[in-house]
Design a protein around this ligand. Structure first.
Ligand code: WTA
Length: 665
């Protein structure tokens, strides 16, 4: 393939999966990059990919011996009884030992593991030796406070080294952590505490965001108001704000650390022992606790970090994701540390105090690899080129994106303005459930096309199929599936095996259904269209429409609510809510604002509807199902052109699409 090779036009045949993108540009990996890369040519990628797909178990087995430190070697690479996988059966290891202890015997001991900057500008560096020491001490704090292997611990922290320390200390003892994003509300913490039956919460007094203090401890107090499960709350002092300490339950991180020494042997755990639960939005009102286990997860997180980010001695790698999301788990903590990289962490907002904060950090720390989300890139575009242009970004050698489809214009801007035209871009497709990157370019090998996540990673059998599960021809839209188990796949939904089967394995026999629509072009490149279920992707965050609906309906004045997405230039998708009110309540602009705030309180500010439309009734089928497809059309274009034959009451539709907005506009 050559630069500027045209791609044949796209046919759009799928029922509801559309792709309007025809992209002709192709960018080959720069020679200077390829010559030093782990996978230096496309031929090499193809050769290794074929081999890995021909015999995935052999491939993953070899990688597991090479990349991980084991206490006891496994007997069987994969035990697959659809839909339940067990990888590296019979093996034992410890995840924190793989991320820390193994690096202490040579010169890496004194290499930076984490380099951190807080939003106010405070700085810290932890070498592998120092990080190991902190993790051992904090693991002893966990022991002192009576948490043990198999127990669940909620981590609700700002982006600071202690968040990683808490995760790794749990891993050291086989304790299952569940990190809750610091932007979530008290109600979200409460749900997760209940669902996971957590015994402990690790939090901070607060964190900094856009110059303000996020009152983390206050949110935890609110969440635990009537809780009887959580026995201990460990509080890290980050900002020094006033907090309430409940005697007997709450302890200070720094005080506890005074009581313990730094000797803590890693506990060997079974390959399949749980490492963490991470809650993510699904198509029902209740978030799903995605369960990841130890060996397979760590292996694929580490191997993808090595090949996709091509990390070498001397690199400083920055993934901007918060540890509250899966990207923060796999590509801030577990992947980079397992391969002995130096990872940079930043606490705050990209536009604080000025819109050039990220570029300032890249210049100051000499960041070489930068991984962020398309929604952030679109915001940078809007803020103007003068901000990156004020800084020397010549240390950068590789760029990455994750979280949603990237539009080609944003890709080109990233390539030119941030990458100076010389850095390959890895557009990585994956999910909380997949644990690690699944479809991605390898930067020294794969020619890239702006907007395409390109080709599957080693051992990953991805395909686009029709409603019968048959692979579709090139440039025809369909459903994105994975046809073979992979090591970092979720093992189940915590406490809900039925939902696990139904959600991922019931659509097609023998295939994992991703919930995404996609097409492949004639070169086999994947073009991800986005979610085709009732999940929205707002600014790279997954939000279940029914979660937001439940939040709305929990308000006293709301009778019924339906939430849909509308395309949004900045955020990818915007949240539009159609709301009917309880009689005799009348819609007012104030009520609209109250409802938006209510959603922020119940879920998070990221879930706030951009638009609330009051209506007398919602369009429903005769069996009473809300016809979201029609609402989507109304939200996007103000009109309905699609099939309405199953609609129960036509007058509802006429009212809705009249001027696009209803009564209280
Ligand atoms: C979307 C984030 C297009 C997709 C790691 C997926 C993407 C969902 C890409 C998972 C990409 C993620 N191109 N779409 N490179 N990466 N997605 O669980 O819809 O927060 O199903 O995991 O984000 O979001 P999640």
């Amino acid at each position: 393939m050559r630069n500027q090779t045209p791609v044949s036009a796209t046919r759009y045949e799928s029922n509801n999966i559309e792709s309007h993108l025809i992209e002709k540009r192709v960018f080959n990996p720069p020679e200077a990059f390829s010559s030093k890369a782990d996978i230096p040519s496309f031929e090499q990628y193809q050769k290794l990919y074929r081999k890995s797909i021909g015999n995935p178990e052999e491939f993953w087995g070899e990688q597991a011996s090479e990349l991980l430190v084991w206490h006891k070697k496994w007997k069987t690479v994969l035990d697959w009884k659809e839909p339940f996988a067990r990888w590296f059966v019979g093996g034992t290891l410890n995840v924190s030992e793989n991320c820390l202890d193994r690096h202490l015997s040579g010169s890496r001991r004194n290499q930076a593991a984490l380099i951190w900057e807080g939003e106010p500008g405070d700085k810290r560096t932890l070498t592998y030796q120092q990080l190991h020491r902190e993790v051992c001490k904090f693991a002893n704090v966990l022991k002192r406070n009576q948490v043990k292997k198999g127990d669940r611990v909620i981590i609700y922290m700002p982006m600071c080294p202690e968040a990683a320390i808490a995760m790794l200390a749990c891993a050291r003892l086989g304790i299952i952590h569940s990190v809750v994003f610091g932007g979530f509300s008290a109600a979200a913490i409460k749900d997760r505490v209940l669902d996971s039956q957590a015994k402990m919460v690790i939090t901070a007094d607060g964190g900094y965001r856009r110059g303000a203090i996020v009152p983390l401890k206050r949110n935890v107090d609110e969440a635990l108001k009537d809780d009887e499960h959580v026995k201990k709350v460990v509080v890290f002092r980050r900002v020094g704000n006033q907090v309430t300490i409940r005697e007997g339950r709450d302890v200070w991180w720094h005080r506890e650390m005074e009581y313990v020494d730094a000797n803590c042997e890693p506990v060997p755990v079974d390959s399949e022992d749980p490492l963490y639960i991470l809650y993510t939005s699904g198509s029902t009102g209740k978030p799903k606790g995605v369960l990841h286990t130890s060996a397979g997860y760590l292996l694929q997180a580490a191997l993808t970090t090595k090949y996709v980010f091509d990390i070498k001695e001397g690199d400083i790698y920055w993934c901007t994701a918060d540890v509250g999301w899966v990207t923060g788990h796999s590509y801030v903590v577990y992947g980079p540390l397992c391969i002995g990289a130096t990872a940079f962490m930043y606490e705050g907002a990209p536009n604080w105090p000025e819109p050039d904060r990220f570029w300032k950090l890249i210049e100051e720390y000499g960041i070489t690899i930068f991984y962020t989300a398309p929604t952030a890139i679109r915001a940078f575009v809007r803020w103007g080129d003068e901000h990156p242009q004020r800084h020397d970004l010549s240390s950068l050698r590789l760029l990455g994106t994750v979280g949603e489809p990237i539009n080609p214009e944003a890709w080109m801007w990233y390539h030119k303005v941030i990458g100076g035209g010389r850095c390959p871009i890895v557009d990585t497709w994956w999910q909380t459930e997949t644990g690690s990157i699944m479809i991605t370019p390898l930067p020294g090998a794969t020619p890239t096309k702006p907007g395409s996540a390109t080709l599957p990673f080693f051992g990953i059998d991805a395909a686009v199929v029709d409603d019968q599960g048959k692979e579709v021809p090139p440039n025809v839209g369909g459903k994105l599936v994975i046809r073979k188990p992979w090591p970092s796949m979720l093992r189940t939904i915590w406490g809900d095996e039925k939902r696990y089967k139904k959600q991922y394995w019931s659509e097609f026999k023998g295939m994992y259904f991703t919930g995404d629509g996609a097409r492949r072009d004639k070169d086999g490149y994947f073009w991800i269209v986005g979610r085709i279920d009732d999940v929205l992707n707002v600014a790279g965050h997954r939000l279940g429409t029914s979660e937001i609906e439940s939040a709305l309906v929990s308000h006293l004045d709301v009778a019924e609510a339906a939430v849909v997405g509308r395309p949004d230039e900045m955020k990818g998708q915007a949240v539009v809510a159609f709301v009917t009110l309880k009689q005799p309540k009348k819609p007012t602009p104030e009520l609209r604002e109250t409802l938006r705030e209510h959603v922020a309180e119940v879920i998070s500010a990221i879930a706030k509807p951009d638009d609330i439309r009051f209506t007398d009734a919602l369009p429903k089928t005769r069996s009473g199902k809300i016809m979201r497809r029609l609402l989507k059309e109304v939200a996007s274009s103000g009109q309905v052109t699609g099939d309405t034959t199953t609609l129960e009451d036509y007058s509802v539709l006429a009212k809705l699409s009249g001027d696009g907005k209803e009564s209280a506009s």
